[in-house]
Design a protein around this ligand. Structure first.
Ligand code: PLP
Length: 375
């Protein structure tokens, strides 16, 4: 099987699965209990928190574990904006787990403004800044698009946004960026940041949210007071320890140079064999490559490739039941192209021969679906 849908999810590292298994068996104590074995488990959680926080270059106390990035994003939108008046500014390229909570607020009367994207998929900086005014209290800009791989320069955008309004809260969905970039001072002006374990070889059902200490945010789940009272609920110990190991392994194994080589190969073969193709990903270092082939049905292509043992995406897996693609249409892509849009997303294990084979098959099936000879 050739797996080219790593933006949807990634295979769990063997070492991570082992840690999860051992932890489920041995670390079953409730971390809130006061006896020694439970306390040891609590310490393991704190070590995991410190490890993950270090990769993001934030303080351990600023990182809270959640059940997934969807929860982190809902937490950010609803509690980052809670009790606030004013407006919200977000990019038109947000993932559904930010967009849908924003639409909930919009439908209840909040002024939510979406900044347009440029053709490469990044938010248009000028248009974004134009939407911010003295009443803007919450901003959300996806770090790396799950649809196109477009990387937003959130270091610069958060700085510029705060120069316009120093009181706004800046959130970024970092799910697709985490594991692939070096953070340094990237989050300096970012107040809230969301990540997920299953996009980097970790288990599903574990995420985290960074909430800067300077921010006085309300708790999200009320109960036993876990996660410093911010997010009650007995901790997912094995998931958190698996997340910690996945972060270490992913940062060790992810090779941006190899990803660039594979990315270039995909674009070269596809543009040569399918001249009408539109490449929606401008960044050659991106592991996510979105392309649109006019007048074909991408769902049929996906099924034919699956029969050949090749798994690709059609865009966000969370939105795969929707017939249109909100983000691609925001980029100005016409509907005849959107129906034929596929997403190839590379992981640490993909090889050049895999992508060559997959691209040959994509061209072959496209040719047949169009009933004409290509290349
Ligand atoms: N944000 C982005 C950019 C994503 O790609 C995803 C997953 O598809 C999510 C959020 C949601 O993550 P989770 O599956 O952990 O809820």
């Amino acid at each position: 099987m050739i797996y080219l849908d790593n933006a949807a999810t990634t295979p769990v590292f063997d070492e991570v699965a082992e840690i999860i298994y051992n932890s489920l068996k041995n670390d079953f104590y409730n971390p809130s209990s006061l006896y020694l074995p439970a306390n040891k488990v609590l310490k393991k959680i704190e070590t995991a928190r410190a490890t993950i926080a270090a990769y993001l270059n934030v303080k351990p106390a600023e990182l809270y574990f959640t059940s997934c990035a969807t929860e982190s994003n809902n937490f950010a939108v609803f509690n980052g904006f809670k009790n606030k008046k004013g407006n919200i500014v977000a990019s038109a390229g947000e993932h559904a787990s930010v967009y849908e909570p924003l639409m909930q607020l919009y439908n209840k009367g909040t002024d939510v403004r979406f900044a347009q994207l440029i053709s490469g998929g990044q938010v248009d900086t000028e248009k974004f800044l134009d939407l911010i005014d003295g009443n803007t209290s919450f901003v959300s800009i996806i770090h790396k698009s799950n649809e196109t791989g477009a990387l937003n320069d959130i270091k610069n955008l958060s700085l510029l946004a705060k120069q316009k309004n120093k009181n706004l809260i800046f959130h970024s969905d970092g799910v697709q960026a985490f594991g692939k970039i070096n953070y340094k001072d990237c989050l300096e002006n970012v107040d809230i940041y969301s990540i997920s374990a299953h996009k980097i070889g970790g288990p599903k059902g574990v995420g985290a949210i960074v909430i800067k200490n300077s921010l006085k945010m309300q708790p999200y789940l009320f109960g036993g007071g876990q996660e410093k009272n911010m997010r009650s609920g007995t901790e997912n110990i094995s998931g958190i320890l698996g997340f910690e190991k996945a972060v270490k392994l992913f940062y060790e194994k992810y090779d941006p140079e190899n990803i660039s080589v594979l990315n270039k190969k995909i674009i070269t073969i596809l543009t040569e064999k399918i001249p009408q193709i539109k490449i929606n990903t401008s960044d050659i270092s991106s592991n996510i490559i979105s392309v649109s082939i006019p007048c074909i049905n991408a769902e049929i292509l996906q099924r034919l490739l699956c029969d050949d043992g090749i798994l690709i995406g059609l865009g966000s897996a969370c939105a795969s039941k929707l017939k249109t693609n909100r983000v691609l249409s925001q980029m100005g892509i016409e509907s005849t192209y959107i129906t034929g849009s596929i997403r190839l997303s590379l992981g640490i294990k993909n090889t050049i021969s895999e992508v060559e084979y997959a691209c040959e098959k994509i061209a072959y099936h496209t040719n047949r679906l169009k009933g004409q000879s290509i290349g």
